[in-house]
Structure formats: structure tokens, C-alpha cells
Design a protein around this ligand. Sequence first.
Ligand code: GAL
Length: 468
Amino acid sequence: MQIKHLVFIAILFTACSVQKKENYQSIITGIPWYIEDGNNVSAHGANIIREGDRYYLFGEYKNNENNRFEGFSCYSSSDLMNWKFESNAMPPNKSGRLSGAECIGERPKVMKCPTTGEFIMYMHADSNLYRNPAVEYAVSKNITGPYEYKGRLMFGDTYIRRWDMGTFQDDDGTGYIIMHHGDIYKLSDDYKSVVAQTLKHDKTLRTESPAVFKHNGIYYWIGSGLTGWERNDNMYFTAKSLAGPWEMRGVIAPEGSLTWNSQSTYVFPVVGSETTTFIYMGDRWSFPKQRAAATYVWQPLVFNGDEISMPVFHESWTIDVKTGEWKDVPLKPAYEILNGDDAVKYEGSWEDASGDNTKSKRANTKDAIISISFKGSRIALRGVASIDCGYGHVVIQNIKGEILHDTWIDMYSNKTVEGLQYLSPVLPKGEYFLTFSPTQSHWYWTEKSGKQWGSKDTFISFSKAWVF
Ligand code: GAL
């Protein structure tokens, strides 16, 4: 073989063995996730289904201004960590329900009908003040859509006039619609209508955001308390049959952790060669900046006999989709930048946080801004989230002053907790400049009754940056 052929083979070999570096090496809870172009993964009230060797995530596609229906998004992934935007699988209708005028669309759930092979998307559709709820559905031959909107899911000549919903597919392929406050409906063979009510207003199951799954022949129901988008301690219930009796079993995360600051939406079993891991999927809502600042709380459920729990918070963990096994994988920065380091400049009024040992600084005035210079390909911000925190504005520029990322993060937490607040998309290796400033706004939500939920003030906090 001639030398030039050997060189060619060597180059080819090197090119093939340089693996594309994926954005995420773990599932990270409580920070916005970005797709490759720097846009947010926006899929709340979500579910996941597996088709072939890919996972498909469906959810509410949010905006940063209001609660108008923007469609239901579809993302796909081979590893449950890196998501690719596939489509706005069911965009808003041109008129009528789920259009600009009747604008609430929530909690989409997709199931594949075993008898027809079609994908059916179920949803909570409503008028803009949540006064005209119904379970509705849409159909597609392709998993990524477009889903054709069909309107109400009928049960004889009536329909399900309720709001928070979920779905469950039993081992025999029977599909069910799960409703808040303990209603379960059995679907027809083609999944396009309801044929029976399996459970009616079960008094034990007085919860919203229902998520039902099955393990070792036992049915589990996870649901939240009734505090709108505010977090609370979600509870779980078990039964030997969907028709009950259902037994209240307690909280799924330590009491007071407010389900690690989340509301349930779905439980996804990752069935592997060694084990099955059940992923609790929850939302950390953030109205009105839901697109940018609402995040995901995905945690492995721990089984002890027929008890479930999430006793320890896993900030960063991975799941091997082949074996089904999961493990903690703490983030490992190349270096840290702390308050007081030369790389951090402060403008405006920053105060030392009292009563915590994180040496964090906080600010909420208009002129406050922190600037951080760093060299690397990625940066993370850590800070102390608390009840008086609001939205922070994050901007990353290169040395030419070009803006590479510009977004908001939400630092509110009912319970004071130091943690990861932001992890930038991967940038080409280089020298950058990050600014972080308060926006003097925070998440809030006013219920129909007038009760206001959310943050009490607009502070942001910085404890350290991690550079990768
Ligand atoms: C919650 C519900 C969410 C959303 C929210 C609006 O109770 O689970 O899906 O509807 O209220 O306040």
C-alpha cells in the first residue's frame, strides 16, 4: 500500500473516531434545557413515548408573555438527555377551540393505539379563563405529527368536562384517560371514544396533575395538591385494580421539599435489559416566562416493596437506556469562579446574603449587574433561590461583543436552597463575557378566586460560576 493511502486511511479513522460532543451528559433538574440552536426545550405538562429506538417528548409549547395556546411540541431523543425539536405537532387551530379566542391547551399525552397503529394525542382544551374545559383529541399516522384535531372525546352523547388529565396504557393495550379528582375512563379499541367509566369521583384521589403507572401488578397514582402552578407536596396512592379501592400512601418526596419544587405530569418507565427505572417527570412552572424559565424536575423513583419515594435530590444523573440503570453524575467544571474573584465585576448594589454559608450576593435594583469573564466552552451559574427571588437576565457575549445567548432564568423557590440555576448551551472553545442582572419581575399566578401565588420580590442571587 502506498504511503498516501495509509495517510488517507489514518485521516478517515481519526475523523470517524472523533465523536460529536452532545450538549448534555446527564439529566439535570431545575435548569432550562436547550436544543442545539440555543432555544429552550419547551414541553410542559408532558409525556414520553418510545417508538423504535427513539423517545418522543410531547408537551405544552409555551411563550414568555401570557397563557395563550401556542401548540403542542414534539422533541425526540435517543438518550433522554439531548432533545431535538421535531415539530409543533398540533399548532393552534385557525378558529374556535384551541385557537386565539379559546386559548388554553394543556397536558397533552400521546399514546399509540395498538389496534390501528395510529398516534392519538389527548389534551385539556379550555376557554381562556378555564371556564369551558373538555378532554379533546387529535390523530396522526406519524408520531411527530401533524396531529389532526378532532374535538371532544365523546362518551356516548356526553364528554369529559374536566381539566387536568393524564393517560395510561395497560399491559393488555387498553387505553385509559385519567382525570383529576379520581375519574378514570376506558377508551374504545380505536382510542377515539370512551366506552366506560372505570372510576367515578374517587374521594381519596382529590388531586390534580394525575400520573398513573403500574409496577409488579400494582397501580400507582401520583397527583398534586390544589395550588395551581405553585408547588406542593405531591401524594401517591396505590390500588390492585384501576377501579379501586385506592389507598393513600403519602408524599412522594420529603415533606416540605414541595416534591423537589415541582408538580407531577407523568411517570415514564425506561425498560432495560437489567432493570426498569421509573422516571418521575414534573414541572417547575414559571408564569409568565414559561418558555424561557419553567424547568423540568426529572428524578428516578425509588421502590421499597410497594412504596415509592424520591428521598434524595439528584441534581445531575444519567440513565443507560440499554440496561435501564441510572446513576448520579455530578457536573465537573474545569474551574470555579467565586464572589470576590478578579473575573467577577459588580455594578449597582449587591448585598452579601445573610444567614447562609454559600457566600452568595444578591441584588434587585435596576442598576445591578454582575459581569464574569471566562475561557472555555460552557458556563453554569449557581445561586441561592428563595421566596423573594425573581427573574434574572443572562447574556453571553464573545470578545467581539456578539451576543451568543440571551435568556431569563427564574430564581424563585418557596424554600431557600442553593443550586444550579443556569447551564449555557455548548459554545466553541473561546473567551467570553457573561452578564447577569435582575429584571425587577418575578413569576406569579392569580387564581380564579383572586388568590395570588408566586414570588414575593425580585432578587437574584449569585454564589459561583462553573466553567467547562
Ligand atoms: C394547575 C394545573 C395546571 C394549570 C394550572 C393553571 O392546577 O395542574 O395544568 O392548569 O393549574 O393555574
